[in-house]
Design a protein around this ligand. Sequence first.
Ligand code: SPV
Ligand code: MG
Length: 290
Amino acid sequence: MSQGKILKNRIAERGLAHVMAAHSPLSARLAEEAGFDGLWASGFELSALFGLADVSLVSMTQHLDMVRAMAEQSSLPIVADIDTGFGNAINVIYATQQYERAGAAAVVIEDKTFPKVTSLVADGRQELLRVEEFAGKVRAAIAARSDPDFLIIARTEALIAGLGEEEALRRAAAYEAAGADMILVHSKQKTPDEVESFVRAWNGRAPVVIVPTAYPEMNETRIKALGKIAMVIYGNHAVRASITAMKDVFSRILKDRGIHNVDRDIVSVEEVFRLQKMDQVKADEKRFLA
Ligand code: SPV
Ligand code: MG
């Protein structure tokens, strides 16, 4: 069964897919063990991993390599964040083919101009493409996929750009008409109201995807009460959790002048061996090393 079909089935079974951000094969495996339904190959997280701002600096090849590596280590469906599609509709064709081959289940393409500026930053320069041009990119992605279950998710940044609900709805309808399987609507308001209002007003057939980073009170109960939302993406919680943990442990080691206190609070080396599948290496040694 294709990855796209697996993701569609999960949504059909559970009503709502919980998708966790990942920036490495290790974080992908941890998300899978925790029980998430899918992985968000986040551009923000991978940029942060390189110490870079999320402004189209990480190349498609770098992101694609990471998606491939995550697909090798986790069986969860991957929703690939391909930003603007790395250029125009021609770039989108190539990107869609590459991400499908890399083992992703879906791509999310956003209607900003290239190079993009990260969505949640205060006073970010948010420029949107003309609706017709972005609809062409959606059509290009649909035409480029080989598996009809590979999901093309169109993301509108109309609310992020401050253009209001009417413009967000107009864009979502145009992208649905262009063939998008789902509509991701992003918001940086601190409360769920803006997105809740959009979802209530949305009368398209395409399910909605949300990334409630800025409005964390949007929990499963609220999402399910709204209906129409098929997927919730926890957009940057892997990298933020790692930063919290590393900051804490690093500062304690220096404060304690040693590792004696932190040792009991961090995972054991044996746990890392488990995640690295060291048992398999030992078994293979027994079998194959003469
Ligand atoms: C990402 O995680 O890269 C996203 C979500 O696109 S956000 O950073 O909130 O725009
Ligand atoms: Mg992104």
